[in-house]
Design a binder for this molecule. Structure first.
Ligand SMILES: CC(C)(COP(=O)(O)OP(=O)(O)OC[C@H]1O[C@@H](n2cnc3c(N)ncnc32)[C@H](O)[C@@H]1OP(=O)(O)O)[C@@H](O)C(=O)NCCC(=O)NCCS
Length: 186
């Protein structure tokens, strides 16, 4: 039985999500991705929902906010992925033109760290994204002082992007559709 499930954001989840982004230990090395997302924790739940729906209508499933919940329905985390714009750069890495690349991350409430739940959830999110979008590449930016995040992405088969240096302390990791498909064949 799954110990954690990822589901698409519903309006009722917004208070949980906005509260999560106010917890300093969760956000210490993590980001809200305000640029890609188009809204932030400063927006109230209603504005956030309206903006989310607008972006979702524009980008479809390539722009998805997931809520991570326990089997009893308790929300304990989130994951968000959205398309990188044309011309996007991360250090020396440049988004390949005309290719759908999604960037995002995962966050859990502190009491749920260290039990394998982050790995289980990001694997579900990755599988969902490759199944439900035409993306070629997924990207995540773990901070160099956040080895748990880097390890979780590594366990989900992301690899460090070699051509790039740190950007404001963050490394870039990627997982291509090809690599994902090869790994799922194993
Ligand atoms: C990142 C996060 C989602 C990880 O979730 P999690 O459920 O604790 O992760 P898991 O238990 O599945 O795996 C953690 C791995 O990191 C390893 N790890 C934890 N702390 C570590 C440290 N200080 N040094 C090295 N490895 C570490 C664990 O040993 C484990 O690897 P293993 O299975 O090979 O032993 C969680 O820590 C979190 O929500 N952090 C705050 C938000 C955040 O920073 N998100 C990432 C943004 S890029």
């Amino acid at each position: 039985m799954l110990r954690i499930t990822s589901l698409e954001l519903a309006k009722k989840h917004l208070p949980f999500l906005l509260d999560l982004w106010h917890i300093p230990e969760v956000m210490r090395y993590a980001d809200e991705f305000p640029g890609l997302r188009g809204w932030t924790k400063k927006d109230g739940p209603l504005t956030a929902w309206t903006k989310y729906c607008e972006k979702r209508a524009a980008f479809g499933k390539a722009y998805t906010q997931f809520i991570l919940q326990l089997p009893d329905g308790k929300p304990v985390g989130e994951s968000f992925f959205a398309p990188l714009p044309e011309g996007y750069k991360f250090g020396k890495w440049k988004k390949p033109p005309e290719t759908l690349c999604l960037m995002g991350d995962i966050k859990l409430l502190r009491p749920y760290w260290g039990r394998g739940l982050g790995t289980e959830a990001i694997k579900q999110v990755v599988g969902w994204l490759f199944m439900n979008t035409f993306c070629s590449l997924l990207l995540v930016p773990p901070h160099r002082k956040n080895p748990a995040a880097e390890r979780v992405y590594e366990k989900a088969d992301f690899e460090l992007v070699s051509e790039t240096k740190l950007r404001r302390g963050h490394r870039l990791m990627s997982l291509s559709r090809e690599r994902y498909q090869l790994d799922t064949l194993d």
